[in-house]
Design a protein. Structure first.
Length: 438
């Protein structure tokens, strides 16, 4: 006699059991899972049931785990999700589980229950907010939810550093909290949010807002390319040309300052008193090359030659370069290369942090050092980079030569767009030796 499996159990012989999530019917294995009691009214079933399309117990045991995992994820989302839009997305997915669900009525019931514990106390429309309307439109497929696609977008960012990826994801969460659906993110609404909330109220700079909008543009392009979004992006002209909140005086005050000769000697002396050899060496090399702290801490001995540092995997394409060694640090660099115990020029640095940055701990030691000496936030390790740039300019070095040394992008038509970087190494070597700290 054949054994039948139905959604709601009735009395009779039990189907063949093969593990906690497997049942066999007519020589075919099925995945099965009980729906939690509190969700049965939403899901419309007491048991989940799906054919695995195989008569092999070995294959069935492999296939059943992914099916059950997906069901459990769905249950957990419905049980714990407190965000209306995300809950709406989960309800929309229920149509795939049970196509007979009346999602319109189900959504209205769910959201009414969420915002009004006693629906009889006052009319439903009095407690429905604009977000409830957006959530309902998501359920019935009339609106495009945004935040649910952020995890997939994050996975696609394999070409960026972890810190940059985290910043973009944080920017997107900030954006989608205000604009939960693509339809709500109109150009006018986004522009008002940037000007009134981000700049006027929260005091964010124009550059920060541009960075945030860049992250949103990338996300929007991803949705159009891979997630069937059809709406054009709403980000043109949403950031004003300049931060209207800050005055010219405050903008100048916010700029980083360069270290002068006296500052260099003072910092170096303080590091020597602390017997922090790595910090001393880092200060000397940065002050004579203009390299970023991350570049110097990441550079391997194989990238160090007798007369130059070869900077690879830099922050920007223009950062990939060969930096001549100043005559004052040639012997120091050669000694560090010879004595390295781990293959890095600055040996012995820890990368025990979230982003595996070797510059993290030594950068904090520099910050504590300069604060103790009375330097303000306008002075950072990057100030040595500005010092080198200013010294080269004061020595009359052409901008295109300085840019090739420091790794700055050249924006001019002559040296930027059409030049292939034809500055000789000898020219750069002569320029770098113009830097003086005594």
């Amino acid at each position: 006699m054949s054994k039948y499996v139905v959604v709601i159990r009735s009395k009779g012989p039990k189907p063949a059991q093969h593990g906690s999530y497997l049942e066999k019917r007519h020589n075919t294995y099925y995945a099965t899972l009980k729906v939690p009691k509190g969700l049965r009214g939403i899901v419309g079933k007491s048991n989940m049931f799906l054919s695995l399309q195989t008569d092999s117990i070995k294959v069935a045991k492999i296939r059943v785990m992914s099916v059950v995992a997906e069901w459990k994820t769905l249950f957990e989302s419905l049980k714990n999700n407190g965000d209306l839009i995300n809950s709406a997305v989960q309800l929309q997915r229920l149509k795939e589980v049970n196509p007979y669900i009346d999602v319109d009525q189900l959504a209205m019931d769910a959201f009414t229950h969420r915002v009004q514990k006693d629906p009889k106390s006052e009319p439903v429309l009095d407690v429905i907010t604009p977000q409830h309307g957006q959530a309902l439109s998501v359920v019935v497929g009339e609106s495009y939810p945004l935040s649910v696609h952020i995890p997939d977008y994050e996975k696609s960012l394999t070409y960026v550093e972890a810190k940059t990826r985290d910043m973009r994801v944080s920017d997107l969460h900030r954006f989608t909290k205000v604009f939960p659906t693509a339809e709500s993110a109109t150009n006018k609404a986004v522009r008002e949010w940037v000007e009134q909330d981000l700049i006027a109220e929260k005091g964010l700079s124009t550059s920060t807002c541009k960075r945030l909008m860049t992250a949103c543009r990338g996300f929007w392009s991803f949705l159009k390319d891979r997630k069937s979004l059809t709406l054009p992006h709403p980000f043109d002209g949403v950031v004003p040309p300049q931060n209207r909140v800050k005055t010219a005086k405050s903008i100048v005050a916010d700029k980083r300052r360069q270290f002068l000769i006296g500052d260099y000697k003072r910092l170096l002396e303080a590091a020597e008193e602390r017997k922090d050899a790595n910090l001393c060496n880092l200060i000397r090399i940065a002050a004579h090359t203009g390299c970023r702290i991350e570049e110097l801490c990441q550079i391997k001995t194989e990238q160090v030659q007798d007369d130059r540092l070869i900077i690879e995997d830099a922050k920007t394409p223009s950062g990939w370069r060969e930096v001549p060694l100043h005559n004052r640090i040639t012997d120091l660099v050669a000694l560090l290369k010879e004595k390295s115990a781990d293959g890095y020029l600055i040996s012995g640095l820890s990368s025990n942090n979230k982003y595996k940055y070797r510059a993290d701990a030594i950068g904090k030691r520099f910050s504590k050092l300069k604060v103790k000496l009375g330097y303000t936030d306008h002075y950072v390790f990057h100030s040595f980079r500005k010092s080198v740039s200013d010294q080269l300019e004061a020595a009359g070095i052409p901008e295109n030569v300085s840019a090739r040394i420091i790794g700055h992008e050249i924006s001019t038509m002559t040296y930027g767009l059409y030049s292939s970087g034809g500055v000789t190494f000898e020219t750069k070597k002569d320029a770098i030796n113009k830097i003086k700290w005594d």
